[in-house]
Design a protein around this ligand. Structure first.
Ligand code: 13P
Length: 255
């Protein structure tokens, strides 16, 4: 049974000062919660300061994006190696990057490979839009994103995939556990099984994301195909994020 994981995506929120304060509050609550991996993903400018706060604690650091090249003339971009000494995780292919920054499956694939080369654990985000769901294409879209992100990768050890239906992100309307299970257990897992001979269920952790809150996280964490949550808004609220981590531990340990 893989170790469950809760990851907080701060998105484009918090100044460095605010980020430091938030990290301190989060660590205070999270450090005592065991049986789950806890990851926070602040904006790039806060990574170093937050890394200082997390040093010596059980809370891990992730970035929200990166470029796939080792270095070069890519103004405004951040290379994998720049993150490697600082972070253990990196979010890749978030739907906001796909929709606002035209990130394609090909781009996500290059980034996933670059993350592995740099020793970072990718948290690959996939998920369908409302239009795709309503036209009956959710399964096809998500399977395509998984295949696209992992194309050419023969080793998928230490990989996290977050299913975040676009229509559930930041809306307060989470997917139902049935929908999450249909996609995660019924589409993502079989897609991985089709691609890899070694049982991916033992190596890949699947997270649900999209309006996760202390009130609904248990219903997701109880699903066999779910190993935790990727949290947006509630990860900026220390009380809520700590509670989410505790609930995931309880649900995953059968409590
Ligand atoms: P919310 O939890 O705010 O819906 O955001 C989800 C998300 O996009 C995390 O990556």
């Amino acid at each position: 049974m893989p170790v469950p994981i809760v990851a907080g995506n701060w998105k484009m929120h918090t100044s460095v000062t605010e980020g430091l304060r938030l990290a301190l509050e989060l660590v205070e609550g999270l450090d005592g919660v065991s049986g789950v991996e806890k990851v926070i993903c602040p904006p790039f400018v806060s990574l170093e300061a937050v890394a200082g706060v997390l040093r010596g604690t059980s809370v891990k650091l992730g970035a929200q994006n990166m470029h796939h090249e080792v270095q070069g003339a890519y103004t405004g971009e951040v290379a994998p190696g720049m993150l490697a000494g600082l972070c253990e995780y990196v979010l890749l292919g978030h739907s906001e990057r796909r929709s606002h920054f035209a990130e394609t499956d090909e781009a996500v694939n290059l980034k996933v490979k670059a993350a592995f080369r740099a020793g970072l654990c990718p948290i690959v985000c996939v998920g369908e839009t409302l239009e795709q769901r309503e036209s009956g294409k959710a399964a096809e879209v998500v399977a395509g994103q998984v295949r696209g992100a992992l194309r050419g990768l023969h080793n998928i050890m230490d990989l996290v995939i977050a299913y975040e239906p676009v229509w559930a992100i930041g809306t307060g309307v989470a997917a139902t556990p049935e929908t999450a299970s249909e996609v995660m257990g019924g589409v993502i897992l079989p897609t991985l099984q089709e691609m890899y001979t070694r049982d991916p269920a033992a190596q890949v952790r699947l997270l649900y994301g999209g309006s996760v809150s202390p009130g609904n996280v248990e219903s997701f964490a109880r699903l066999e195909s779910v190993h935790g949550a990727l949290v947006g808004g509630a990860s900026l609220r220390p009380d809520q994020f700590v509670e989410i981590a505790r609930i995931v531990v309880g649900a995953k340990s059968g409590g």
